[in-house]
Design a protein around this ligand. Structure first.
Ligand SMILES: *[C@@H]1O[C@H](CO)[C@@H](O)[C@H](O)[C@H]1NC(C)=O
Ligand SMILES: *[C@@H]1O[C@H](CO)[C@@H](O)[C@H](O)[C@H]1NC(C)=O
Ligand SMILES: *[C@@H]1O[C@H](CO)[C@@H](O)[C@H](O)[C@H]1NC(C)=O
Length: 358
């Protein structure tokens, strides 16, 4: 859905009573049963049960699509660099810009992830989702223009401030633009940590001037890493808060972070999730499951918690382990590694990612 829900799972109980210690990448599903009516165990294998439907609206097809990034609050350079590298790993992925060929990135890459899933969605004009993004411009709102506690609607006001700022501002780009608002660790956002880790929607003309798709993702590092930076942090009730708690005694361990920052590494998968859903359902009238656009289950919602083969229902799946035990499934620019959840592949009719073993 437009919200990325990461709510604490009953499935966890199963975990505690299973001998899952062979997979050090084990973790629990993050989709509550009421949120996903489909058996998470079946999502990695082809399923005809998932009735993902096209509702006649447009997908984000401009190639490349311009991504405008808004850093809200206080951000440090190392955190920004991780996120920027992830977005650059998606940028110009098709190599159409011959003056800047895509950098050589080991397979499976972030661009492979996008091409093998998101790009397969089309709209009624037969346009595929864009194969590339350009990180067109960034805007810093280090002065918290709308305070440290934002409502869902005031995220749109943050965008308005960014496109009307003086002396520097972002362009208002209703044809090829997507806007991504990232809030720093100290910023509270309505429903953040309780119901959502990020969401996407479109702006209202009355607030921003035009209708443009946007997404917000929060930095959960101090507020709720066990919920929104899973599987790099575990929820407190299974021992995420105390090292020698239940989790440790059951060999439940958080996965090592590929870029050294639980909050930011956790944001990467949420950003990927929201970008994929924003591209496939930008105006909430294109690709989703069910008949209720107010609570759509979208192409990333179907695969929350699945990062590799065997994932779902308690496991992140088969992912790579780095030298220091860090978990990842995709490679990016500048030698970066990222862990990003899989997406629903409409051709295979299953969750898929380029690190699949089969
Ligand atoms: C191609 O890349 C160059 C160098 O990065 C950039 O200046 C130019 O604007 C890009 N062109 C397009 C069409 O994206
Ligand atoms: C566009 O989508 C169709 C239908 O899923 C797919 O067969 C085709 O390979 C896609 N094209 C690209 C360039 O990804
Ligand atoms: C927790 O476990 C570590 C290593 O197993 C041990 O050194 C430490 O004393 C334990 N702490 C507590 C509070 O039990």
């Amino acid at each position: 859905m437009t919200n990325l829900l990461h709510i604490l799972p009953l499935l966890l109980l199963l975990l505690l009573f299973s001998s899952l210690s062979t997979l050090s990448t084990l973790a629990m599903a993050t989709t509550p049963p009421h949120q996903n009516p489909y058996n998470p165990f079946s999502l990695e294998t082809p399923s005809q049960l998932v009735d993902l439907a096209y509702h006649m609206g447009p997908v984000v097809a401009a190639s490349p699509t311009n991504l405008y990034l808004i850093w809200y609050g206080r951000w440090d350079a190392p955190s920004q660099s991780i996120i920027r590298d992830f977005l650059l790993s998606l940028s110009d992925a098709d190599g159409k810009n011959s003056s800047s060929p895509p950098p050589a990135v080991a397979s499976p890459s972030v661009a492979d992830w996008w091409r093998s899933t998101a790009c397969l969605y089309t709209d009624q004009t037969s346009a595929n989702i864009t194969s590339g993004f350009t990180l067109a411009q960034e805007y810093r709102d280090a002065a918290y223009s709308h305070g440290t506690s934002l409502s869902r609607l005031s995220v749109q006001s943050v965008i308005r401030s960014a496109v009307t700022g003086y002396p520097e501002r972002l362009p208002l780009d209703p044809y090829n633009g997507l806007y991504l608002v990232l809030t720093s660790p100290d910023v509270r956002v309505e429903d953040f940590c309780r119901e959502v880790c990020g969401f996407h929607y479109f702006t209202f003309s009355a607030i921003v001037g035009v209708t443009v798709p946007f997404a917000w993702v929060g930095h959960s590092g101090v507020q709720c890493p066990g919920m929104c930076a899973f599987p790099f942090a575990l929820p407190e009730y299974i021992g995420g808060g105390e090292r020698n708690g239940t989790a440790a005694s059951n060999n439940l361990r958080a996965l090592g972070v590929p870029n050294g920052d639980v909050g930011v590494d956790g944001m990467i998968s949420v950003i990927g999730h929201e970008l994929a859903e924003m591209a496939s359902n930008p105006l909430i009238n294109a690709w989703y499951v069910g008949d209720d656009p107010a609570a759509p289950t979208e192409i990333a919602d179907l695969c929350v918690g699945v990062y590799g083969t065997g994932g779902g229902g308690g496991y992140v799946g088969s992912v790579y382990k780095g030298e220091q035990g860090e978990g990842y499934n995709l490679n990016g620019v500048n030698g970066r590694r990222f862990l990003v959840q899989w997406l629903w592949n409409p051709v295979r009719k299953s969750c898929f990612g380029p690190n699949a073993l089969n």
